[in-house]
Write a protein that binds this ligand. Structure first.
Ligand code: FES
Length: 347
């Protein structure tokens, strides 16, 4: 039996005639767990274990998963841990290639990182995972700027690795500088790619951190460069304010939800349960509901798995992840949506 989208669509069509009231999905996932249309799935194809609790995973996406992406984007990975699906997003480190359609990610086990610790401890080829499609605004522009500066720290290097790999062959036309920080030399990953770009590696336990003043010494023509930065929030906050003071174009990738927005908050009405609560513009609708005793389903709490989606009946909701404002009648992700005025939610 073919696994091509056309072949699968025909197979589903035939199944639909015979499987009612169950759905074709109920049977196709028995034949192959990657053939689900209700949710996006993938299978771990290979695992490379590195020192310091780090693994490189290659994932083969299942049926229906979009395989085109921009270098610098991330995918969502969901896995059952302690009986409940846990989701996290990971930057893709490979160059988009629709011929093989594979996703590469790198995971380091971090303290209190439930999914990262679980994956580093148990990942092996053949394990099925849930996926959220590639997404994210942290990617290169086309055409490339004449001069680029990448500033990364720790695992913040991962989205930049995909960008550097994607620029192989275009390096003659763009002047690229890379400054990467690690706490200890043994924390360094992707050493070969970074060496290829003659990156400055700062070992912070020996040399101190890369402050804007250090950056200015390392890259004297910093004002002429477009900056891409990824790392801890404190580093990104500092770089954003430095870039604003020096009129430098900067793009940052934050691995945590940025709650800063123009949303003022308001009174949220959970229509089905007849509960009202008043919140500020930084409290998500999911958090507001939980604090008021309204239980709603959730998965990743990061805007990637869609488990928490509810209808916005009235008012406007600001999406902290995309920056969009949602109109009445839209389906909103309550885990990343905040009230922009009074709102009514179908929950
Ligand atoms: S809980 Fe995953 S998108 Fe909201």
């Amino acid at each position: 039996m073919t696994e091509s989208p056309d072949g699968l669509a025909r197979f589903r069509g035939i199944l639909r005639r015979f499987t009612t009231p169950l759905l074709p999905d109920d049977y196709t996932v028995l034949a192959n767990p990657l053939w689900s249309r209700r949710e996006l799935r993938g299978k771990i194809e290979s695992v490379e274990r590195c020192p310091d609790d780090t693994i490189h995973l290659v994932i083969r996406p299942g049926w229906g998963v979009p395989v085109t992406f921009e270098a610098g984007q991330y995918i969502g990975i969901g896995l059952r841990v302690d009986g409940r699906y846990t989701w996290r997003s990971y930057s893709l480190t490979n160059v988009p290639d629709t011929r093989d359609g594979l996703f590469s990610i790198t995971i380091r086990a971090v303290e209190k990182g439930k999914l990262s610790t679980h994956l580093v401890g148990t990942a092996r080829p053949g394990i099925n995972v849930r996926l959220a499609a590639p997404a994210g605004d942290f990617h290169l522009t086309d055409p490339l700027p004449e001069k680029l500066l990448f500033v990364t720290a720790g695992s913040g290097v991962t989205p930049v690795i995909a960008m550097l790999r994607s620029m192989e062959g275009r390096r003659d036309s763009t002047d690229i500088k890379v400054v990467h920080s690690v706490r200890n030399r043994s924390d360094l990953i992707f050493e070969d790619v970074l060496a290829d770009y003659d990156a400055h590696i700062q070992v912070t336990s020996e040399e101190g951190r890369v402050s804007p003043q250090v950056l200015e010494k390392l890259v004297p023509d910093f004002r002429e460069r477009v900056v891409y930065a990824c790392g801890p929030a404190t580093m990104l906050d500092e770089l954003e304010s430095w870039a604003s003071d020096n009129d430098i174009e900067i793009r940052v990738e934050r691995f945590t939800l940025d709650r800063a927005s123009d949303a003022k908050g308001g009174t949220i009405t959970f229509a089905r349960q007849g509960v009202q609560t008043t919140v500020d513009g930084a409290t998500t609708i999911l958090e507001a509901g939980e604090a008021a005793g309204v239980q709603m389903p959730f998965g990743c709490r990061m805007g990637i798995c869609q488990t928490c989606v509810r209808e916005l009946v009235d008012g406007h909701v600001h999406d902290l992840r995309t920056g969009d404002t949602k109109e009445p009648g839209s389906r909103i992700r309550t885990c990343v949506g905040v009230a922009a005025g009074d709102v009514t939610i179908d929950a």
